[in-house]
Design a protein around this ligand. Structure first.
Ligand SMILES: [Zn+2]
Ligand SMILES: [Zn+2]
Length: 309
């Protein structure tokens, strides 16, 4: 599919393309896996999609549908045509890009391209982790970190009906956390997150969006019985007490963002519930400034490129 790109979010993971941290990456390579645009042309033997349709492309760059993992429904593990947008083929920091049809999500009319972009990765990752977490409405769910992923995670958790706790550094973030829907805020600089979660009854889920392993490890004691730390941030290492895991049947698990249909569900739920990321928008020709802004950690909260299309 040839896609006329309208907007593309900038994700921290784009650094693996820019810095060459992906094994075997080949250059030149265009980053960008929070892509939204319209279908400009369709290749042969593609069913269902039409020219002019609004679509998005996320991290999962497509799958074959017939290898063993695909036949088991584990499409992200595809062994034949598994691709990563903006890493194994060119992504969305561009006016046009080409993607396999299996990578496409349909974008609802009620979302602008800038709104939909960050939902294709940051939104998908938090939404899909939470809806597959095993937590039920009313359960205590903590979101660790209040950055690009965390500010979406808090909104999704609240809208899914979880008793939502935000954990971040500094008392000043409490007001924002509550605006986003959190019932409770824990300032990890002044309070012990694990102890505070225990006081609240223990978390069913802690959604770890930070990349600091020590910060993650310090929350594990706040898990209740059958509680689960879901790791979304690529920390270097974690420390966990096996006894703590055994005694409360607690677990630590990673979560892969999702495939195109999960992105489509994320967009639909965002329309339904009003969840949106807070974005700083840059024109495509200022991509270097936009990228630096994202990497600086000072962006509030996602950075999105806008093409003239
Ligand atoms: Zn991403
Ligand atoms: Zn496959």
């Amino acid at each position: 599919m040839l896609i006329k790109v309208q907007a593309c979010g900038i994700c921290h993971s784009d650094s693996i393309t820019k810095e060459g941290n992906f094994p075997g990456i080949q250059y030149p390579r265009v980053p960008g896996h929070e892509v939204v645009g319209v279908i400009d042309a369709i290749g042969p033997d593609v069913a269902r999609w039409t020219v002019g349709q609004r679509v998005g492309v996320g991290w999962n760059g497509g799958y074959c549908g017939f290898c063993d993992p695909c036949r088991r429904g584990v499409f992200f593990g595809c062994q034949i045509a598994g691709q990563i947008t903006g890493v194994t083929y060119d992504g969305g920091y561009a006016d046009y890009m080409i993607a396999p049809s299996s990578a496409l999500a349909s974008v609802p009319d009620k979302l602008s391209a800038e709104e939909a972009g960050p939902l294709m990765c940051a939104g998908l990752t938090t939404f899909n982790a939470l809806r597959n977490s095993g937590a039920r409405p009313g359960d205590l769910v903590a979101v660790l970190g209040l950055g690009g992923l965390g500010h979406l995670g808090v909104q999704f958790a609240a809208k899914m009906g979880f008793k939502t706790v935000a954990i971040a550094r500094g008392i000043e973030k409490g007001a924002l956390a509550r605006e986003l829907g959190a019932q409770y805020y824990i300032d990890s600089q002044a309070q012990d997150p694990a102890a505070e979660l225990v006081k609240l009854g223990g978390a069913r889920i802690i959604l770890a969006t930070v990349t600091n392993g020590q910060v993650m490890s310090a929350t594990i004691g706040g898990l209740g019985n059958d509680g689960k730390l879901m790791v979304l941030g690529a920390a270097e290492s974690l420390e966990v007490s096996p006894l703590l895991l055994i005694m409360g049947r607690r677990s630590v698990a990673g979560w892969y963002s999702g495939t195109s249909i999960d992105s489509q569900d994320t967009l639909a739920f965002s329309v339904l519930s009003g969840v949106r990321s807070i974005n700083e928008v840059f024109p495509l020709d200022q991509v270097n400034d936009a990228y630096e802004r994202m990497m600086s950690g000072r962006a509030r909260f996602r950075v999105v490129l806008r093409t003239g299309n």
